[in-house]
Design a protein around this ligand. Sequence first.
Ligand code: ATP
Length: 359
Amino acid sequence: MRTLQLTGIRASHPRTPVLKDVDLTVPAGTTTAVLGPSGCGKTTLLRVIAGFMRPEAGEVRLGDELVAGPDTWVPPERRGFGYVAQEGNLFPHLDLAGNITYGLPRRERKDRARVGELLELVGLPADFATRRPDQLSGGQQQRVALARALARRPGIVLLDEPFSALDPELRVATRDAVAAALRHENATVVLVTHDQAEALSFADQVAIMHAGRFTQVGAPPVVYRTPADRRSATSLGEACFLPGSLVDGAVTCALGTLPVSAATGSGACEVVIRPEQLHLSDPTPTAPLALVTRTEYFGHDALVELRPLHAPTGEALQLRARVPGGATPSVGDTVAVHVMGEAHILTLEPTTTLAEHGA
Ligand SMILES: Nc1ncnc2c1ncn2[C@@H]1O[C@H](COP(=O)(O)OP(=O)(O)OP(=O)(O)O)[C@@H](O)[C@H]1O
């Protein structure tokens, strides 16, 4: 098990600066999911870690070993990582045993017991060893790609959107099998993904990237509940943003006066609330009212778009509530909106006093 540590990494493609002072620590034996929009630099980050690309500045450490730095360069083949790309990239002319042992020393290539062990580790029968890749489903091929990556017992495994080509059902089953195999090997893992659910369920830490920088790194529940900014909030799911006014640890906004998570000070602010925090009921005399403007029904649940009837700022606000599928209101209904749990303050413009102005 080795900790992966990146410090002050800067990296560019010709005429395109990509990574800008990136710092990241992935503790030994844990998984970090890197999430971010297309083109923000996720694959470039993996390429720098793997040693396929040389950073212009900064350091990469694997455990105690400096593998990239101003005067240090360890080539990819001596870094000891496993890499799984979006399309597994198995050799079509080799059977699974040949694929899994490709590049290993000759003695280890003959070790059929190890091949069987690796296949079972990723949830495939050992007797698949003699099959060829075209006799497998896409999900099974991705599991073989992981078995190949694990064959060298790498301390670090880099996964570049390995599940994105799979259909939803296969995706979840493959993801579970891969997660179990990685845990079994105590690997230190970096997973690049576009999929919010995948990042939240697969990783011990999520790192939100935008334009070559991390905007927030933290445990999934912390980043989900207390995002650092709008981008971090929307990277991990739907979010409602509301203007508000913070006074004495409570915020007043179009949904009433709400308790807030960890905010001090007072002033004008922006509040973020997750759609599942909004519960809807028939109108009541005390709860804020909203008009249902659109619904999206998914069976187990539904997304309901709402326009508050009395927004204090007079702005045309739009809210989204996630409600059980059986309780979906109709467009045109007026409903009461109840907020569960705490609101989170994204930005605060503190109220300044005359004393602070030196009066
Ligand atoms: N070989 C290359 N030559 C020049 N520019 C490149 C090259 N590869 C990538 N880029 C540019 O570098 C930037 C970052 O690319 P990168 O592949 O790291 O993004 P990404 O976040 O992985 O995107 P995606 O989610 O679409 O895979 C993009 O602007 C891309 O166009």
